[in-house]
Design a protein around this ligand. Structure first.
Ligand SMILES: [Zn+2]
Length: 316
């Protein structure tokens, strides 16, 4: 016997996966530098393989996940922090978000014909070739009661790291150094990132740039630039060891690491509410031969089935 809808309002099973220490914040004492090292570990594979995108799109999505994880962990907020990229390329829309508790999700909308044509011509396209011209937005959403904070800039640069650095250079007025990586490894898909932020020095209301501070920032970015993708994505290389290798001469202080998790917030109840707003004709059109309407969450790719007849009665 079919379970009544009111007992079946929860989400179907999706991986209950938490990666402790996914984000490791750190700072370099006495220097105008703070940073975060992000490693999604097995979470990258779990999130990315729920979608059936060609490898270049998967790599872009993995980097987007690492970016939102890094940026969200630098903010004090309750809610979700999201990256949205919208352009005229074969990947027409890319959304990745991370909550204040480290729950991650993404979706990419692709024009499959245009994507196939691009990949035929350029098997390893840049992120820019995938996205085309358009804009990127970063949004902090703290729920309906609070103002949404949003910054939007044009997409500039060849890869997502450069696009994000351009964002900070043009909209947030503080220097950032960003490396993002996502690759298929022997252990599956892995994604990660290293972000350095230039912060005001102690007592720092002065605009006058201290030469020593400038030199410290330069040194930190040069050291960060020696991190290889292979090291970043290697599960067997402990994060502390990696940070120590990069910054041990720069008075490295590591703060409390934060967890990342599989984080879709879809629910049967929420999708049912959406369906109830549709006109009867649309519902009939969506109905399959078996009498069900299937709604698929575009983030976690889970199918939710609703009996058409139940929605009809609710909508009247
Ligand atoms: Zn979902």
């Amino acid at each position: 016997m079919e379970k009544p809808a009111f007992l079946d309002r929860d989400r179907p099973d999706v991986p209950d996966l938490v990666v402790p220490g996914g984000v490791t914040p750190f700072y370099l004492a006495g220097r105008p530098v703070r940073g975060r090292l992000v490693r999604l570990g097995v979470l990258a594979d779990t999130l990315l393989t729920r979608h059936d995108h060609p490898a270049p799109v998967t790599r872009l999505a993995g980097k987007a996940l690492a970016l939102v994880a890094a940026l969200a962990s630098a903010l004090k907020f309750q809610g979700s922090f999201s990256l949205q990229m919208k352009g005229d390329g074969p990947v027409s829309m890319l959304v990745a978000d991370c909550t204040n508790t480290g729950a991650l999700r993404f979706y990419a909308r692709t024009d499959d014909e245009a994507l196939a044509a691009l990949l035929e011509e350029t098997p390893k396209p840049t992120d820019r070739e995938l996205l085309g011209n358009g804009y990127m937005a970063l949004t902090v959403d703290q729920g309906p009661e609070m103002d949404r904070h949003q910054g939007i800039v044009e997409i500039a640069g060849d890869d997502l790291s450069a696009m994000a650095m351009h964002y900070f250079a043009s909209s947030e007025q503080h220097a950032c150094w960003i490396m993002l990586a996502c690759q298929m490894t022997d252990a599956g898909w892995r994604a990660g990132g290293l972000i350095l932020e230039r912060i005001a020095g102690e007592g720092g209301s002065h605009v006058v740039e201290d030469e020593a501070a400038e030199a410290s920032w330069e040194t930190a970015t040069i050291l960060a630039g020696t991190l290889s993708t292979k090291e970043l994505l290697d599960d067997s290389l402990p994060t502390l060891q990696l940070l120590h290798r990069l910054f041990h001469e720069e008075d490295l202080h590591v703060s409390q690491p934060r967890a990342l998790a599989f984080g879709c917030r879809c629910s049967r109840a929420r999708l049912a509410n959406v369906l109830e707003t549709f006109p009867q004709d649309d519902l009939d059109h969506m109905c399959q031969d078996d009498g069900n309407i299937v709604m698929t969450c575009e983030f976690c790719n889970v199918d939710f089935r609703f009996a058409r007849k139940n929605i009809a009665t609710q909508a009247q």
